[in-house]
Ligand binder design. Structure first.
Ligand SMILES: Cc1ncc(COP(=O)(O)O)c(C=O)c1O
Ligand SMILES: N[C@@H](CCOP(=O)(O)O)C(=O)O
Length: 465
């Protein structure tokens, strides 16, 4: 499988090089040159398979040429062996048509583990026998950070620098990152928003001096391997609900548009996805873009669902590219316009193409609390704020009544104990794996949100190529 950049001028790469590169050299994001497809018979053949086996069948076309199936299976077995539920991502039924897909049974209790546990192993596998040293730079609004750190802490040949917005992640999220004291882990709290952090990370890839000095790579969903691993659970869930004979819809709490873009990829591969509901909080740029074509940023409002407090949704670029006939030059111009004015209009083709598969919704704080109360009354489920936003949107989505709707449960409620308690009066307890989190020592530095301050900090600590 070859990969091309959304901005058209970076060289095509194979899976190994795309994984190690993270972002394309022309500032674009990598996507496969064509979507592989699974026939109805192949999708039907996933019924009853374990998560690992499903993962191998869904991902093998994407990793072809860089990993053989046996290697892929070995890495998946290792990655998903660290999950605390046998099903890895179990489905829970709430009523006759609403289901939760629990994606938080990994080591750091959010859906990020599904991809990052594997990505850590890909890095290790692709570095083996080389003298390369990777410098991972990442931005997190709370969950990617701990999942990436857990995946690479203590690994040879890798340093990780993780930027989070100071005081804008929950205490549990912060401590899950800052209490990992391995020498290759560097946590930076920046005096700014997640968007500021993400913009700095992208700028590091595009800074010729910095990128030539260090072998920089990404663990955010701008790295194709992240998205690829997230495609698997759409197949896993839909097949359990009757696909390919039956259509299934998904509601996805959305920020950086990575998780829901993985659903788009599943649909492109042949999964009968009836609708993908993009659920946002009050930071609703994606809802505005999908409902009216207006992709313009405002100030980020801190909310009870901090991981979705995002205005610039990186992976939206991948969708716009695919919906614009994969015209890299046109997309590059559209993105340059957005980068300078912080606003753009979708073309008619992009708007109509998106409307065929996506619906969107903005969920207010009281609606989020009501969804939490409803789930608690139906199935004794305590939802985290992000999942509650997804469920609120699912329950009023305009989707035919006979189609099951799966809400992606993206995080364990204990990561957001204060917000959950405020909304429901219930205090979720920290699972055993992090039961002593508040007794652990923390280590991180606070920096201004400037490119110079952050790159100087990294340059002092990272290992040059
Ligand atoms: C718990 C949780 N839910 C939802 C999201 C949004 O996912 P995405 O950024 O892939 O749209 C995030 C952050 O990415 C998250 O951490
Ligand atoms: N919500 C994310 C933000 C980064 O998203 P990513 O999926 O692109 O890594 C977080 O929790 O850090």
């Amino acid at each position: 499988m070859r990969y091309q950049s959304t901005r058209g001028t970076a060289p095509e790469l194979d899976f190994r090089d795309v994984t190690l590169a993270g972002l394309a050299k022309d500032g674009g994001l990598y996507v496969p040159v064509e979507w592989p497809s699974l026939s109805d018979a192949e999708i039907a053949g996933l019924a009853g398979l374990s998560y690992v086996e499903t993962a191998v069948r869904v991902m093998a076309p994407f990793t072809a040429g860089s990993l053989d199936e046996a290697e892929l299976r070995e890495l998946c077995t290792q990655a998903y062996g660290r999950f605390s539920h046998d099903a890895v991502t179990p489905l829970v039924q709430l009523d006759h048509r609403h289901f939760l897909l629990e994606l938080f049974h990994g080591p750091t209790l959010a859906f990020k583990d599904v991809a990052l546990q594997l990505l850590g192993l890909f890095f290790e596998r692709f570095l083996k026998g080389t003298d390369q040293h990777l410098t991972i730079v990442g931005a997190t609004s709370g969950d990617t950070g701990s999942a990436a750190i857990d995946a690479v802490a203590g690994r040879e040949g890798i340093d990780i620098f993780m930027l989070h917005p100071n005081k804008r992640v929950s205490d549990v999220q912060r401590r899950q990152m800052t209490t990992v004291l391995a020498p290759n882990v560097h946590n930076i709290a920046i005096e700014g928003s997640f968007d500021d952090a993400q913009a700095m990370v992208k700028a590091m890839f595009n800074d010729a001096g910095f990128a030539s000095r260090f072998q920089v790579t990404a663990v955010n969903s701008i790295n194709w391997a992240r998205l690829m691993a997230q495609v698997v659970y759409y197949f896993y869930a839909a097949v359990r609900l009757g696909a390919p004979a039956r259509q299934v819809a998904f509601s996805v709490p959305t920020g950086n548009f990575g998780d829901v873009f993985a659903g788009y990829v599943a649909a492109k591969m042949g999964l009968p996805v009836a609708k993908l509901v993009v659920a946002t909080n009050v930071n609703d740029i994606l809802h505005r873009a999908l409902s009216s074509g207006d992709y313009s940023t405002g100030t980020v409002t801190p909310t009870a669902a901090p991981s979705m407090d995002i205005q610039v949704s990186s992976n939206f670029e991948r969708l716009l590219f695919d919906l614009a006939n994969r015209d890299g030059a046109a997309l590059a111009e559209q993105m340059r316009g957005f980068e300078s004015s912080k606003a753009m209009r979708l073309t008619n083709a992009q708007q109509q193409g998106a409307a065929a598969l996506f619906a969107s919704d903005r969920v207010e704080p009281d609606e989020m609390s009501q969804a939490m109360a409803w789930a608690a009354s139906r199935a004794d489920e305590i939802l985290d704020p992000h999942t509650a936003i997804g469920l609120a949107a699912a329950r009023r989505a305009p989707i035919a009544a006979d189609i099951p709707i799966v809400t992606l449960a993206t995080a364990h409620p204990a990561k957001f104990g204060d917000a959950v308690e405020r909304a429901t009066g219930l205090r979720p307890t920290l699972p055993g794996r992090i039961g002593d989190l508040f007794d652990r020592e923390e280590r991180y530095d606070i920096l201004p949100a400037t490119f110079d301050a952050v790159t100087a900090y990294i340059a002092e600590r990272a290992k040059p190529r």
